[in-house]
Design a binder for this molecule. Structure first.
Ligand code: HEC
Ligand code: HEC
Ligand code: HEC
Length: 428
């Protein structure tokens, strides 16, 4: 009797908690789209539009969206997948999206393709968020059909990419479904109406096919992307992609941002690191009007007041003296004694996000490996920066980077030789 009573009492007290937990799971489930994402439309006939204008639009979208960049292994056949992405939860290989009916998407209906692009779920299961479907979900039906029509023209390649090699717990069955439950909130597709403002058209490009947040977003646990940290800046594959907003981009003159995105070196400032790949592979294909729309949109964004490391430690005098000396010896010839650069040739360092931004990793990488903006029709012979990995020791690199960040940025934590060792590697 006593025991029964106690059990009953326990149940009565626990019941609200259990109900609450169940309600929470149901709510999360509904917010990731309910059952819809998991109902892959498999029973529809394949019929590929052959409209030349639609295919041309698809080709343009595929270029801006970098489908080939992510879906082609180094030295591999275009769109055959197999490119490795090293994430905090293991290695993900991109899929074969060539027109091969067995290994690619050559047997998919337009409905299945739309479904995969909107929900990240296909006949091959729930896809990892390396595939930026959260962004592609925003592309309207016509855009997706254009991509579908274009991809059907891509030569079939009958090879299977390697299977993903995920770490625990991402390798557990249902892990990607769980991830969706916790972090994915589908956003509706948006169509650019004839009345859309440049800012609105720019937003559609940035949030949709451009998937800028895939790198410029601030990621939380398990590579989650919170909607309110969309372009707050983040690290990807060993580079820091700075926050994109009116404040961080203020040093670009009007129109210069659009030029930069299409591959022009603006006052000597071209892209480097991952952004150089992005411009070389996709953004150089933006039309001037699209690039101007993106600029218009980015300039409307306000900086987020994200918590920023503000433990400025005083840089020891001898480190600073060493940094000053190394700068004069190795850098000032191009970037100027005062860091203001050389008009049209070498960028100013006083406004470089690698120096003034919150993360020192780009400055370390630049000094070690040098830089070259991508060669594009807009900038056919880029000026280059030589590498210093063989000239400077890790201690010297650390002193130099810390000195410049203290001089022209708000400093942040000085870096040391360990940081240079840890962050100085080249990641694929
Ligand atoms: C940032 C890299 C990246 C970009 C850009 C990208 N993809 Fe992918 N995509 C991936 C990866 C990685 C996967 C596989 C995910 C996995 O294995 O869980 C994938 C999966 C897919 C799938 C699902 C394939 C299947 O078998 O289920 C489709 C369809 C797809 N991508 C189409 C596209 C198209 C079209 C574009 C361009 C508009 C594009 N992707 C751009 C990385 C990318
Ligand atoms: C031969 C000329 C040259 C020398 C020497 C040189 N740089 Fe550069 N630097 C460049 C060029 C050119 C770029 C632009 C690269 C690009 O557009 O991808 C650049 C880019 C940079 C950037 C990124 C600027 C931006 O766009 O935000 C930093 C930071 C930088 N250099 C630091 C240094 C430091 C520190 C040294 C000395 C160790 C140095 N550079 C030596 C030519 C040089
Ligand atoms: C694959 C990752 C990646 C993607 C996708 C990407 N970026 Fe970047 N971006 C970077 C990195 C890393 C940097 C820092 C290197 C540099 O400044 O060249 C950067 C730099 C930039 C800069 C220069 C900021 C500065 O401090 O001067 C702009 C502007 C920019 N990106 C805009 C965009 C836009 C707009 C998109 C989407 C259309 C985009 N990026 C997509 C990785 C990416």
């Amino acid at each position: 009797m006593n025991l029964r009573r106690r059990l009953l009492l326990a149940l009565i007290t626990l019941l609200p908690l259990l109900l609450f937990a169940a309600a929470w799971v149901v709510l999360l489930f509904l917010r990731q789209g309910g059952m819809t994402p998991f109902r892959v439309p498999l029973n529809q006939a394949r019929s590929v539009p052959s409209d030349a204008a639609l295919i041309a639009r698809g080709r343009r979208l595929a270029a801006i969206g970098n489908c080939a960049g992510c879906h082609t292994a180094y030295g591999g056949a275009a769109y055959a997948g197999g490119r490795a992405f090293i994430t905090p939860y293991g290695t993900v290989y991109s899929s074969n999206i060539s027109a091969d009916p067995r290994y690619g998407i050559g047997a998919w209906s337009a409905a299945e393709f739309r479904h995969a692009m909107r929900h990240g779920v296909s006949r091959n299961g729930v896809q990892s968020p390396v595939f930026p479907y959260a962004n592609f979900a925003r592309i309207d039906d016509e855009g997706l059909d254009a991509l579908y029509a274009f991809l059907a023209t891509v030569p079939a390649v009958a090879t299977a990419p390697p299977a993903d090699a995920l770490d625990f717990p991402a390798n557990l069955p249902g892990a990607m479904t769980m991830w969706r439950l916790l972090y994915y909130r589908p956003a509706p597709a948006v169509t650019a109406t004839a009345a859309a403002t440049p800012q609105q058209r720019g937003a559609i490009l940035v949030e949709g096919i451009g998937h800028c947040a895939a790198c410029h977003g601030t990621r939380g646990t398990f590579a989650s992307l919170a909607a309110d940290a969309e372009l707050g800046g983040g690290r990807l594959a060993g580079w820091y992609a700075p926050a994109l907003n009116a404040q961080t981009l203020a040093h670009y003159a009007p129109g210069a941002l659009a030029d930069y995105l299409r591959g022009t070196a603006v006052d000597g400032r071209g892209a480097y690191g991952k952004m150089a790949d992005v411009i070389a592979q996709n953004l150089q294909h933006l039309s001037p009007a699209d690039a101007q729309d993106i600029e218009a949109y980015l300039r409307t964004l306000k900086p987020q007041s994200a918590a920023r490391e503000s433990v400025t430690r005083e840089l020891p005098a001898e480190q600073r003296a060493l940094g000053d000396h190394l700068y004069r010896q190795h850098c000032a010839g191009c970037h100027g004694e005062d860091g203001s650069g050389k008009a049209g040739k070498y960028p100013a360092l006083t406004t470089s996000s690698a120096i003034t931004g919150p993360d020192p990793i780009n400055a370390i990488k630049l000094v070690l490996f040098g830089a070259a903006a991508p060669a594009t029709p807009q900038n056919p012979q880029p000026y280059t920066m030589p590498p210093f990995a063989h000239t400077l020791s890790p201690d010297e690199v650390a002193a130099l980077v810390s000195t410049l960040r203290a001089r022209w940025g708000d400093g942040g934590r000085p870096v040391d030789a360990n940081d240079v060792g840890a962050w100085g590697g080249i990641e694929p």
